[in-house]
Write a protein that binds this ligand. Sequence first.
Ligand SMILES: [Fe+2]
Ligand SMILES: [Fe+2]
Length: 292
Amino acid sequence: MSNQDNTYLSPLKSLDEWEDDLLRRYPQPDAIAKDKEVDAFRNYKEPARDSVREFYRLNHQYQTFDFVMRKREEFLSFDRKEMTVWEAFDFLNQLVDDSDPDTDLSQFQHLLQTSEAVRADGHPDWMVLAGLMHDMGKVLCLFGEPQWAVVGDTFPVGCAYSDKIVYPEFFKENPDYNNEQYNSKYGIYTPNCGLKNVFMSWGHDEYIYHMMKDHLPEPALYMLRYHSFYAQHREQAYDHLLDEHDQQMFAWVKLFNSYDLYSKSAVPPDWEQLQPYYVNLVQKYLPQTLRF
Ligand SMILES: [Fe+2]
Ligand SMILES: [Fe+2]
């Protein structure tokens, strides 16, 4: 794909625009940020920006079952780059919001705010680490992937799209929508087969899950893998595919979502002061280098 195509296919001014829109859709903090009024987060009566709608139109049109298979093949061999976690954060920070560089926090600062909010509430250290790492997969953009293949709500492919997914009408343009193999309630799956057997739309969640899967406890891996699966963790739209174990693990995914969405504040965390804790934490769970 040429750069020009990529610009055309990248309607968001920055990846944060998608996350800002999530706050518009889901303004109620479930568990944290007790000190802030709900309204302080976003007025959900505002309509989505056109750029966000256009972003979802592309996402829903192009995330087919075959596309997911191709991207797994392409990226899950992790043969692009090898970096320490700290080099990887520097790399990720090359994703800057050129529309508003003064007010937006860097990707690393969002990650640190998430992990610090988890830590402040006394959750296990592996959940703090999940907070720190959960958006690392956005480096896919730096490997030339279009926005709609990196961020956005995720959903199962290979079966019918739920109308609880944001902008369900845009799925009509997806070739799988008319493919009989994929467009029934269960599609290629069986009732309550468990998410371990289900292919999700491709993006930063699936990528970071595979990168971390040998290193973190299972609840942390669920948080990484399904943190953008709003149709399930907010809407329970795919209970017919989850098994009982998934249902238990989704309590963690739900808990994590509060920290992801509602920990943003304009004040950047004091990295100097926090560094020793995080150096230790990373050392405890992760190898010297990560492969991308
Ligand atoms: Fe994310
Ligand atoms: Fe996030």
